[in-house]
Design a protein around this ligand. Structure first.
Ligand SMILES: Cc1ncc(COP(=O)(O)O)c(C=O)c1O
Length: 287
């Protein structure tokens, strides 16, 4: 398995567990330095021989984004290698066009982060024909093929349903469909959402520089503002991430922290006035 050292726990944990039992052998390409990541990852992919290439579109612990997904896919030489892109921080956060790779790569995302659909709704884009009979299967994967005889083996749906598990709560799907219809009605596209978040990030970082706070300043940005390949949150690297998170929470500012990273998210539901209020509160809380 070829992957990065910046994958979310949902994948990283499972892989570590398989490694414990000697069932997977992983090569993890370091995400930093970000400027050379795409080239280093493509070079590692180009050496071939992988069953799976798994990488994030936007890394959860930095915000760094892979802008050229098609280039990454093209770097994988073996047709038998499966390619999976974790698009969770990309979906409805960055304009994403999968047309060039839709026949080759799997793409995973969900409705909880940027799609305002709450928990319980994720999706998998499954390239037609790839992994037609997943070994880890559930009985919903047979819909469309339930009537087929089992003589040729366990039958599967030919569409993406071949990956379905079992009875699930569909309420999240209704929420996601409602949100997508509403965004459509308003003419809100992922490109507009991204541009809005970027503008707020710029306003925030400008204001933060002016505050000259010792505890939090633009010099701590893991992906500096000048680097445009980024998701819709800003990540600061500081040994005080946990303590800062608590101080900010007491000031009514919601952030999150993981290890030495403190993240500020900028969404559709924020405006310039919110960023002004954020800067004002930061000044009081951290000065
Ligand atoms: C990049 C990324 N991938 C995957 C996930 C996990 O999603 P789930 O909890 O639905 O498995 C998250 C959740 O935060 C994420 O940030």
């Amino acid at each position: 398995v070829l992957t990065s050292d910046g994958e979310f726990h949902s994948f990283a944990r499972q892989m570590r567990r398989l490694e414990e039992d000697g069932l997977a052998v992983l090569t993890r390409v370091a995400t930093e330095p970000f400027e050379s990541f795409a080239a280093r990852f493509a070079a590692a992919a180009g050496r071939g021989g992988h069953d799976l290439v798994y990488v994030s579109q936007v890394f959860y612990n930095s915000g760094f984004a892979l802008a050229d997904l098609a280039g990454l896919v093209a770097a994988v030489p073996d047709q038998s290698t499966e390619i999976v892109i974790d698009g969770y921080h990309g979906f409805l956060a960055r304009p994403t066009d999968l047309r060039a790779i839709e026949g080759r790569a799997f793409y995973l995302a969900g409705g909880y982060k940027y799609a305002m659909a709450g928990e319980g709704v994720c999706f998998l884009h499954a390239p037609p024909g790839r992994i037609p009979r997943p070994r880890d299967t559930g009985w919903f994967a047979a819909f469309g093929a339930l009537q087929d005889s089992v003589a040729g083996g366990v039958p599967y749906a030919e569409d993406g349903g071949r990956f379905l598990g079992a009875t699930f709560d569909p309420v999240g799907l209704y929420r996601l469909v409602a949100v997508l219809a509403w965004l459509d009605e308003q003419g809100v596209t992922p490109a507009k959402i991204h541009a809005h978040a970027r503008a707020l990030q710029e306003q925030f970082v400008d204001g933060l520089a002016n505050l000259r706070l010792a505890a939090l300043h633009p010099g701590q940005l893991v992906v500096p503002l000048g680097q445009t390949d980024r998701g819709n949150f800003l990540t600061f690297r500081t040994a005080e991430a946990g303590a800062l998170h608590r101080r900010l929470r007491d000031a009514g500012i919601v952030t999150d922290h993981r290890d030495d990273r403190l993240r500020f998210g900028f969404g559709l539901y924020h405006g310039a006035g919110d960023v002004d209020a954020l800067l004002g509160r930061l000044c009081t809380a951290l000065a």
